[in-house]
Design a binder for this molecule. Structure first.
Ligand code: SF4
Length: 334
């Protein structure tokens, strides 16, 4: 390991001793009746340091959004724990818990069309959190909303308009203003760009990057587009069928994936930079992701893995650090 790597690993390990957010074995099952359960999130442990951006990637149905929502208390946990600044958060949130935590943790939703109430004005939507949680007078709320509309690249006089009068990119800017007006420390961005035109995606990502720097935000950035996630994230975590299979520094993981699933996931994702695309092996993911109701024994990726061994179908691989320390992988190859 180079001196730079050692220094970086040491810094990361120090940051991780006091992470801003930490989940331990976080689990969320949905009951379907007749004894059947959807294993949406299964024992996920992840620590996120202050001012860090962690990108969470995986196919549709891997449990990424459910993990983000369970972490924030929008779903009750089935098991496990979430800590914020070292404090264990309640297993089941009551109204007072949402009230108390709203200024600390927020979410930017995937769909800027359905997540904004069409009957509310922009001023009401963006200022709602301040009215509910900060108990400010209406003149102060108006002032803060005007300031936040400017910060996200809109105009204060947009306050009296309705969501349908805005484009998709502008609506996502409204969603960002609504989430950040309470100046939270931690934000879950749930696929914040996937419903937007490609031309607008980079603008929204750049806006989030600027706000992260100016506010010292910590982000969990959930997305499909791996090249975009690599661009914005310090580290990436890869999720498959409710479990984490690999965590590492974004560039290292993207250009040197260790887990066979990460390898095929990245290989099947188009790289927008033609120079980088030329050097990358192209692979397609074979087969279907198994049902989260009937989770297979052993490694969950075994039925699709080109490197499967006998042990993989019997023993569940645990997420373990590799000798580089900056990488954790759940695979019997390591
Ligand atoms: Fe493939 Fe086995 Fe590794 Fe699972 S544990 S990813 S099946 S090699």
């Amino acid at each position: 390991m180079s001196h730079e790597d050692k220094q970086s690993a040491a810094m990361q390990s120090t940051a991780m001793q006091t992470p801003l957010v930490k989940t331990r074995e976080l689990t969320k099952y949905f009951d379907m009746g007749r004894g059947q359960r959807v294993h949406a999130v299964d024992g996920v442990s992840l620590a996120i340091a202050e001012r860090e951006i962690v990108g969470l990637v995986g196919e549709s149905g891997s449990g990424k959004s459910t993990f983000g929502k369970t972490l924030l208390g929008l779903h009750d946990k089935t098991a496990g724990e979430v800590r914020f600044r070292g404090e264990a958060l309640p297993a089941h949130y009551r109204a007072a818990d949402y009230q108390r935590l709203a200024g600390n943790m927020q979410m930017i939703f995937q769909d800027p069309y359905s997540s904004l109430n069409p009957r509310m004005t922009v001023g009401e939507i963006v200022g709602e959190g301040l009215s509910l949680h900060a108990h400010l007078k209406s003149a102060e709320v108006k002032e803060r909303v005007a300031e936040w509309l400017r910060r996200v690249g809109l105009q204060p006089d947009h306050m009296s308009r309705y969501p349908h009068e805005f484009s998709g990119g502008q609506r996502q800017r409204l969603g960002i203003a609504r989430a950040l007006i309470l100046e939270p420390d931690f934000v879950v961005c749930d696929e914040p760009i996937s419903a937007l035109d490609v031309s607008v995606q980079a603008q929204v990502v750049n806006l989030l990057g600027e706000l992260k720097e100016s506010m010292g935000l910590t982000l969990l950035f959930i997305a499909h587009d791996l090249s975009m996630v690599r661009y914005v994230s310090d580290r990436m975590a890869v999720m498959y069928l409710g479990s984490l299979v690999e965590i590492g520094r974004a560039d290292e993981l993207y250009f040197d994936p260790k887990h066979p699933y990460t390898e095929v996931l990245i290989g099947s994702n188009p790289e927008p930079d033609p120079k980088l695309e030329r050097g990358r092996p192209s692979t397609a993911i074979q087969g279907e992701i198994p049902s989260p109701v009937n989770v297979p024994a052993g490694c969950r990726f075994a039925n699709r893995c080109p490197k499967v061994m006998d042990v993989c179908r019997q023993v569940t691989p645990q997420l373990i650090p590799l000798k580089e320390l900056t990488r954790q992988v759940a695979c019997h190859l390591y």
